[in-house]
Unconditional design. Structure first.
Length: 250
């Protein structure tokens, strides 16, 4: 004789706590509970079991679709970060006299914020990711005295560069220290801005024969703080209110 699973019976008869649960999940669980209660009231156990299975499958499908929609909406979204203002100050104050070096742990958004900055603040940019750079791209740095250095780079990347209106980005530069050393000569050329990113764990590895350029201006990037997290959630009111309340207590 078929019986309704005991777990469903328990949830149907137990008061559930939804605190902190997304609204659509609360709704889904409520539907499951009410439908299972309805199934329990049916006359035959086969009917109870069939109704319960159908309802659970439909509700789980509903939950999965909503999660997928929420995830897709988040993909590609670039969140506001405080380091952006530091980068703007560097661009204004440096005026090409230094290269910006952004250091930080892996997966904190260094590449993303740099690309966003380049797209918004410059007419064009070239971004070389040394975690997947080709031998052709790396070979450009073998002879910086070559007058065709920039012409070759533009040809490889398929991008035009404009004097004092373009930026060249060396992403994951710790994987190719030769490019980091080249910054001294590139900054001296003065035509373009330069931004480098590097992971703190490995930024000082394999650099025994490399001379770090003094033309480097370092900035540390960290994971999101609480205020940045609230911004990402679309909340711009919480932190100002918390600061106001704190100041009143002083």
């Amino acid at each position: 004789m078929l019986r309704l699973p005991s777990l469903f019976l328990f949830k149907a008869k137990t008061k559930l706590s939804f605190k902190g649960t997304p609204c659509f999940i609360k709704f889904a669980i409520s539907c499951i509970k009410s439908q299972i209660e309805f199934a329990i009231s049916c006359k035959t156990s086969q009917t109870k079991f069939a109704i319960s299975c159908i309802v659970v499958i439909k509700i789980l499908t509903f939950i999965m679709r909503n999660f997928a929609l929420k995830r897709n909406n988040m993909e590609g979204q670039i969140f506001k970060r405080k380091i952006y203002d530091d980068m703007l100050r560097w661009k204004h104050d440096s005026a090409g006299s230094t290269a910006l070096m952004i250091e930080g742990p892996r997966r904190v958004g260094k590449s993303t914020i740099v690309k966003q900055f380049a797209q918004r603040e410059y007419k064009s940019y070239i971004m070389i990711d040394f975690s997947k750079a080709s031998d052709e791209e790396k070979g450009v740095f073998n002879n910086l005295s070559n007058i065709d250095f920039f012409a070759t780079l533009k040809l490889i990347e398929g991008t035009l560069l404009y004097e004092r209106e373009s930026v060249i980005i060396f992403d994951e530069v710790q994987l190719f220290p030769v490019a980091r050393q080249a910054i001294k000569h590139l900054v001296a050329d003065g035509r373009y801005d330069y931004i480098k990113t590097g992971s703190l764990i490995s930024i000082h590895k394999n650099v025994e024969s490399i001379v770090f350029p003094s033309e480097e201006e370092p900035i540390n990037m960290y994971p999101m703080d609480y205020e940045e997290f609230r911004w990402a959630m679309g909340d711009v009111a919480t932190m100002p209110l918390l600061k106001e309340m704190y100041q009143k207590r002083q």
